[in-house]
Each structure stands twice: as structure tokens, then as C-alpha cells.
Write a protein of this length. Structure first.
Lengths: 671, 58, 125
């Protein structure tokens, strides 16, 4: 790197002290995020640029000569002058009008422009647009390893001379040129030349510089069909492409459900033991109950799904890095277009299978407004990880002795979500979003071996966000639900008092032929707890609303669970855990099993009958039960009417289909 | 309600805080009381010679 | 939408103000006069090319917003493209400096969109 730095210094520009805030700008698919990860590692946080839906990643870069550098990863853009939201964010950040959360307003102290070494002429256009702004700039020519393999050897000295700013050849993937990461950003200087102001001018300027920098191009070998062509022919073919797609998706979800089972079991065991530990450590009383029944049981029931979320994001990130995901989106255009959705919707819809929030945010990559709205409206139909706890619970109830049928029900739930989403998109495009479809265009990045480092960092990012959500919002919901379920205190029912008296009498004068006093006390505990929960504030709320959900087979507990899950779906299992813990001994059999074996107020009918479980499954597949999603929908679409439409439509479809399923099964003799 | 139990008041205070957190996370700012709203992000209008630069609104 | 250019003249050549708005004749777009017959006749739709053929983009007959996005992606007037895959989707490789020696980028286009890109100067790669 020092050689290149010297080359840059040879232009007569003296390096200035290290900047404080550096904006990272580049075309999509230039390895910008890989470079960001290489420079910042885990020292970064993710949020949104204020007032926008564009993700802002800010990382701390250490190792430079100057003070610590805050690196702001701007959205990947082809040009900062386009009328696209991501281009506008770049323009505004570079102009000092927009700063990432926690950062002081004002122009960035420096800009690092990331160029793709395999595609210099086009990338240099963006560099020209940035250099016109006369901010201290350093240019990182990334993917130099890939370029060399293709016979492209850009000359850093020529580039630095022509651009008028330091240029460094790097490979973020291998770490080449980034041995001392902090030094790269310290090199930024105010450019000595100003590129032409017009688009035609800057394009010609970029082409001239690229040709000068690539003075010894490798002659093109005619007649040989490139590997990328053959790969594209396979992956974009209507038959082979669909087959590969089906295999990749099947592998993805099989890995998620098979491999994640082990860490999930460990987490479940940890929380089960934690519940017991809290009982042992904390003194008897309300505080101990809040921690063990509200916090540990509730949060544990959600955190147990962390491995699945991490694995899904890890595999999506790996697929994206290989270049396959862009091909899949292109191939899916054929499938999605008849439903009024573009191929661009594929990545948002796939991401929605992890969580609708990043899915809806990813919809900003859909260029057409109607297409984007349709994608946002139907994204929550895709089975997100928050639904997984409910699916696991309910499919386990439906097919307790047949894992194969339980898996089939699982797949069916996924398919139902996708079908409902596509049908809803079609209806929306024929009614509220009527208009011509915009044909798709998308850059297909080079095929690459995926970067494990990038995928792991993405996984860490998403997993941390989920844990943060579980540690804040879900924890808060669990605490509120526990409180509503714990008060007011009521006198125990007469039958429980009677059982306790009977047990006490048996202890005083043991009768070998009589009932076991321990069992009598356990039954008294169960009755007391059920009585208390039914008469608690939440029990009364559940009873008040239960006539609405009774036709779906719900008792008051399930009604409360369904209502609570309108805040966030994953809260359903937590709620059920909070509602049944105390009635069932979850420390011995685990939270999930305690919920499935819970009984209704009559003491023998299960909370989850087969028909109820099927109806609840359908309801959870289709219902809009996530307040944060509605908030993001309103924000992304710019109007709350779309969020209300999403909520109304999804809830109505969910209720209607769940009703049909429950009443149909009942009519068929399935209780 | 066990009004005489200090633990009752403690868990109630925790629950009220939790409810506020849920409302803050889930509801749009305009439905929230002022003290619960999130701080808006930093924005500074770009001016050249004291005059705002046109066409850059959001 | 601007009057589409129907020839392979460089963008600096001024367009005729009185050129017909609908179904413009090949090569009848330039204020300087009609193009040479060889240039005018060479203009064809991108979708008419076979895989492996290389051509020069003459015009992207699209809405200005779409055209500006394609232009930023490298699909602009006078850019050389190689057809990688025909059909749906249509895949082209944008060649800089006429071949892959100065770098390239691969763009997937929906077939209807590719059909609105006019090309000329066709050759085999």
C-alpha cells in the first residue's frame, strides 16, 4: 500500500491529518460492504438515515495515524445524480444535509470512493461525480484480485495522476492492500482536478482515464464462450434455472430447520434451567414471579429461534455474495410478473422469510412505485421467523407422533403464505395499484466464491438486531402481559381449598389406600392458577373479546395470545408460556411442551385441539400481527392508508380462512 | 390488589415502564405523548451565501 | 419522452425538430440530414441479435427516468454490448473500449425492455 501512497503523493498533494467522518461511496456490487467490514469488523452499528428508509451503517476504523475515523456506508448507487431515493441520500450526505444518527451534521471530512477494478469505465463516472464536490477523497480500486485473473491491471499511479487524488488498489476479500486499514482513509486529499460538469463530459472523461489506466489490456480471446455465459444459460433457463432454484431454496430451508435444531435445544434447556435458578435464588414474592414467569419464560420462548434467524441470514448473505441471488431474481421475474410483481421483488420477499422489516426495507430496490407498493403490501404474507415458534408449537400439536407430517404441515404453511401473497399482489395490481408493469433491468454481478467474513458479519448484525428486539420490545411485552395476568389477586376456588384441606388431613394421618397428598396439592395449585389467570385483567380482556375468536376455536387464553401477538407474532408463544406457566410444571418438561399439554378451564379439554391448532396455524400464516411492520409500511409507502389496508386485508383473509378451516374440520368430525 | 406489598409497587412500576417502551416502539410518533416521542435525526439545510440551495427537499 | 434517435450518429449530432413522432423512419432523425444507407439499415432491435453477437447501442426508446438509469448502468448511446443470452431474461455484457479488455459489466433485461433498445454496427464476437 505504501508504494501506491507514494505514487499518490507524487502528484504533489500533501496528505492531511486523518479525517473524522468518512463517507463510503460506490456502485452496487463493488464489494463496498466487504470493504466496510474489513475496515470496521464488528465495530459498527446499523440504523436508518433520519427521515429516510435507507440503511445507515456507521463503523469505527482504528489503526490510522490520525484520530479515530467514523466510516459511513452509503447505499450503493450507479450515479448520485439519479432521481432515486438511494442517490438522494448520497447527495444529501455529501452536501452535509443529512447525517447518520448520532453523527453531527455537516459535510463528511472525507470520501472513500470504491471502484470495481473489473469495470473501471462505468465506476469512474461515479468517482467523477464525487470528485466534482471537492471533498477530500481517496479512491479504493477494489476486487483487484478478480481483475488480475481477468487480465486487467489498472495502474494506480496513472489513476492517481488523472483523478488528482490518492488511489489504492485493494482486495477487500483477501485483505490485499489493507494490511493497515486505518491508513487507507488517512490518505484522503482534496482533488487537484475537477471532472467535467455535464453527464456526457464526465462519461467521456471516465472512459479516457480508464483507457489510460489500463494501458496494457489483455487481448480478448475470440470464439471462447465465457464461463459466466454458460452459468447464466444454466441458471436463467426456464427448466434448469427453475430446478436449480428449487434445489437451492429446498437446501436453504432444510439447513435452517435441520441444523438449527441443535442450538435451539441448547437454548431452550438454558432458559428452562434459568427459570429454576431464578426460583431458587430470588425470595418468594411478586418480583421473583415477574422474573421467572414473565421475563425468563417469555423471552426464552423467543430467543430460542435465534439460531434459525442467524442461519437464514448467513445463507442468504452467502448466496448473494456468489452472484446467484441476482440471477434468481432475474429468473423469478418470469414467475412473479403474472402476479403483477417484478423480479426485483424476489429479494425483499425472500428476506421477508427471515423478517418482514428488512424485507419491506429491501423493497426500496424495486424501481417502480406500484411494483414497490405491491411488494410491500404482500411481504408480510411470507412466513417470517417470528411465525416459526407458532408453527413449531402448532404442527407439534397437530401431528405429535409424526415428524414427517409435521414437516409437511410446516411446508404447507410456507406455501399458503406465498400463494396468499401472490394472489393478494394480483388483486392489488388489478384494483388499487392498477397500471402498466415496468420491465425489469438488473446488473448481474460476477460469480464469486462467497466471503465467509462478510456473511458472518451480516449474520452477527441481524442476530444482534433480533436479540436487541427480544431484549427490549419482546421483554417489555412479556412484562406487561405478566402484570396483566397476575392481578388482581383473587380468593382460591372452593375446590382448591377442599383439595388442600384433604391433603393436609392425609399428611396428618396417612392413609396408604387414599390419594397421594402431593398430587392433591398439585391439582389444587393448577386450579388456583387457572382460576387466578381467568379472573386476572388479561383473562377478563380475553373473555370480553373471545366471542370474536370463538368461531375459530379459541378459548380465552388463545384469544389473549392472538390479541397479544398483534403487537408481534413471536409474542404468541411467550404469552401462552406466561399464561400456562404456573399451571404446568415447565421446569420439568420444557416451555413448549407445557403449552401444548395445557388444558382449558374445564381441566380436561386441551387448549389446542386438532381443529383449533389447524385454524390457529392458518390464522398465523395469514394475519398481519406485527405493529413494527405496520409502522415500517406506513413509513416506506409515505402514507398510513397502505398500512391500514395491509392490516385490514390480511386480518380479514386470515379470519375468513381460519373460520373455514375450523368449522370445516368440526363438520368433518375432527374435534 | 396487594397495595401493602412493596413488591407490588415495584413490579407495577416496571410494567408501566415496559408499556411505555412497547408504545414507543410500536406506535407512530403522532399517536404518542410528546415525552415518549423519539428524538428526530439531525438535519441541517444547505445554504450558500445565506440562501437555501433549492430542489433538495425531503 | 424525447424523439428517439433512429440512427447510429454520435449523441452530439442534433436531432431534427420536425422528425415524425410516431414510427420514425430509420436514419431520419438527424438535423444534419439523413444518415448513410448502410448506417440506417443497420439499426435493429437488441432482441433481434443472436447470442454472441456484438453491437453498438443507438437509442434506448424509454421514458427519460428509465433511460437515465440504463445510462448510469452503462447502457448508453454508442456503448458496445455483447449478447450473452437471448430470451427472457435477455442478458448483455456492456463492453468498454469495444471488447472485454478494459472491463465489462453484465446486465439482465426483461425482454420487452431489450426490445426497445435499438442497436447497429452488428458483428460476431
Amino acid at each position: 500500500m505504501s508504494t501506491q501512497a507514494d505514487a499518490a503523493a507524487g502528484t504533489g498533494v500533501a496528505p492531511v491529518p486523518g479525517p473524522r467522518r468518512v463517507a463510503l461511496v460506490g456502485n452496487p456490487n463493488t464489494g463496498k460492504t466487504t470493504l466496510f467490514n474489513r475496515l470496521c469488523g464488528l465495530r459498527h452499528k446499523t440504523s436508518n438515515f433520519p427521515g429516510t428508509t435507507q440503511e445507515a451503517r456507521i463503523g469505527a476504523v482504528r489503526g490510522g495515524a490520525g484520530p479515530e475515523v467514523h466510516l459511513v456506508d452509503l447505499p450503493g448507487v450507479y450515479s448520485i445524480e439519479l432521481e432515486l431515493p438511494e442517490s438522494e441520500v448520497c447527495r444529501r450526505v455529501l452536501a452535509g444535509q443529512l447525517a447518520a444518527p448520532g453523527e453531527a451534521p455537516g459535510e463528511p471530512d472525507a470520501v472513500c470512493v470504491v471502484l470495481d477494478a473489473t469495470n473501471l469505465p462505468r465506476n469512474l463516472v461515479l468517482a467523477g461525480e464525487v470528485l466534482r464536490r471537492r471533498l477530500p477523497t481517496v479512491v479504493a480500486v477494489n476486487m483487484i484480485d478478480l481483475a488480475r485473473r481477468r487480465g486487467l491491471s489498472p495502474d494506480a499511479v496513472v489513476l492517481a495522476r488523472e483523478l488528482g487524488c490518492p488511489v489504492v488498489l485493494v482486495s477487500a476479500r483477501t485483505g490485499e492492500g489493507l494490511e493497515r486499514p486505518g491508513e487507507l482513509l488517512d490518505l484522503a486529499t482534496i482533488p487537484t482536478h475537477t471532472p467535467p460538469g455535464t453527464q456526457d463530459g464526465v462519461e467521456a472523461w471516465a472512459e479516457r482515464i480508464a483507457l489510460a489506466a489500463l494501458s496494457q489490456p489483455t487481448p480478448h480471446a475470440p470464439g471462447r464462450r465465457p464461463l459466466s455465459d454458460r452459468m447464466d444459460a444454466l441458471l436463467l433457463h426456464p427448466v434448469s434455472g427453475t430446478l436449480v432454484f428449487a434445489l437451492v431454496m429446498a437446501g436453504l430451508f432444510a439447513a435452517v430447520f435441520k441444523v438449527a435444531t441443535y442450538p435451539m435445544d441448547w437454548i431452550d434447556a438454558i432458559f428452562t434451567h434459568a427459570g429454576g435458578l431464578v426460583h431458587a435464588v430470588l425470595p418468594e414474592g411478586l418480583l421473583g414471579e415477574l422474573v421467572s414467569e414473565g421475563v425468563v419464560a417469555g423471552v426464552g420462548a423467543t430467543v430460542v429461534f435465534l439460531p434459525q434467524i442467524c442461519l437464514l441470514f448467513f445463507l442468504i448473505s452467502m448466496l448473494e455474495d456468489t452472484g446467484y441471488l441476482a440471477r434468481a431474481a432475474m429468473a423469478m421475474d418470469r414467475v412473479l410478473r403474472p402476479f403483477g410483481l417484478p423480479g426485483h421483488a424476489f429479494v425483499p420477499l425472500l428476506s421477508s422469510h427471515a423478517c418482514a422489516l428488512p424485507g419491506i426495507m429491501a423493497a426500496r430496490g424495486v424501481p417502480d412505485r406500484r411494483d414497490r407498493l405491491a411488494t410491500i403490501l404482500v411481504a408480510p404474507f411470507m412466513t417470517c421467523s417470528a411465525r416459526l415458534p407458532v408453527y413449531v408449537l402448532v404442527t407439534g400439536v397437530l401431528f405429535p407422533r409424526s415428524p414427517l407430517l409435521a414437516s409437511a404441515a410446516f411446508v404447507g404453511a410456507y406455501a399458503l403464505g406465498i400463494v396468499a401473497g401472490l394472489a393478494s399482489a394480483l388483486i392489488a395490481r388489478r384494483t388499487v395499484l392498477r397500471g402498466p408493469a415496468r420491465p425489469m433491468v438488473m446488473e448481474l454481478p460476477s460469480y464469486k466464491v462467497p466471503s465467509l467474513r462478510t456473511s458472518l458479519l451480516t449474520t452477527w448484525d441481524r442476530g444482534f438486531m433480533f436479540l436487541k428486539k427480544a431484549g427490549t420490545n419482546i421483554l417489555a411485552i412479556c412484562v406487561v402481559l405478566w402484570w396483566l395476568g397476575a392481578f388482581p389477586h383473587v380468593d382460591p376456588p372452593a375446590r382448591a381449598v377442599e383439595l388442600r384441606e384433604q391433603a393436609a388431613a392425609l399428611v396428618a394421618s396417612p392413609d396408604p389406600s387414599g390419594p397421594d397428598p402431593v398430587a392433591l396439592r398439585a391439582e389444587a395449585d393448577r386450579l388456583e392458577s387457572a382460576h387466578a389467570k381467568a379472573r386476572s385483567l388479561i383473562g377478563r380482556m380475553g373473555r370480553a373479546v373471545s366471542p370474536v375468536f370463538e368461531p375459530l376455536g379459541c378459548d380465552w387464553r388463545l384469544t389473549v395470545g392472538v390479541l397479544a401477538s398483534f403487537a408481534a407474532r413471536e409474542v404468541f408463544v411467550s404469552t401462552m408460556a406466561v399464561l400456562v406457566v404456573g399451571e404446568e410444571d415447565f421446569e420439568e418438561e420444557g416451555v413448549l411442551r407445557a403449552i401444548t399439554s395445557a388444558t382449558r378451564d374445564d381441566g380436561h379439554t386441551p387448549v389446542f385441539t386438532t381443529a383449533t391448532a389447524a385454524s390457529i396455524l392458518v390464522f398465523f400464516v395469514l394475519a398481519m400481527q406485527c405493529l413494527p411492520t405496520l409502522v415500517v409500511t406506513a413509513r416506506e409507502t409515505g402514507h398510513s392508508k397502505w398500512a391500514l389496508l395491509q392490516f385490514g386485508w390480511m386480518s380479514a383473509v386470515a379470519y375468513a380462512l381460519a373460520l373455514v378451516v375450523f368449522q370445516g374440520l368440526r363438520a368433518a368430525g375432527v374435534s | 390488589m396487594p397495595m401493602g406489598d412493596w413488591q407490588f409497587w415495584l413490579v407495577t412500576a416496571i410494567a408501566v415502564l415496559a408499556a411505555a417502551l412497547v408504545a414507543r416502539a410500536a406506535l407512530p410518533p403522532r399517536f404518542l405523548p410528546r415525552f415518549l416521542r423519539r428524538r428526530k435525526g439531525t438535519r441541517a439545510p444547505l445554504t450558500v451565501g445565506g440562501k437555501p440551495v433549492g430542489g433538495e427537499r425531503r | 419522452m424525447t424523439q428517439p434517435r433512429t440512427c447510429c450518429c454520435p449523441p452530439s449530432v442534433e436531432l431534427r425538430g420536425d422528425a415524425p413522432a410516431a414510427a420514425p423512419l430509420p436514419g431520419a432523425c438527424c438535423a444534419a440530414g439523413p444518415c448513410s444507407p448502410s448506417q440506417a439499415l443497420a439499426t435493429m432491435r437488441l432482441t433481434e441479435l443472436r447470442a454472441g453477437q456484438v453491437a453498438t447501442i443507438c437509442e434506448c426508446a424509454l421514458e427519460p427516468r428509465d433511460a437515465s438509469v440504463l445510462r448510469a448502468m452503462g447502457l448508453k448511446h454508442s456503448a458496445r454490448v455483447r449478447v450473452c443470452r437471448v430470451g427472457e431474461p435477455f442478458v448483455v455484457e456492456v463492453l468498454f473500449n469495444g471488447d472485454r479488455s478494459s472491463g465489462s459489466s453484465r446486465i439482465g433485461l426483461a425482454r420487452p425492455l431489450a426490445g426497445r433498445v435499438m442497436v447497429g454496427d452488428v458483428s460476431q464476437a
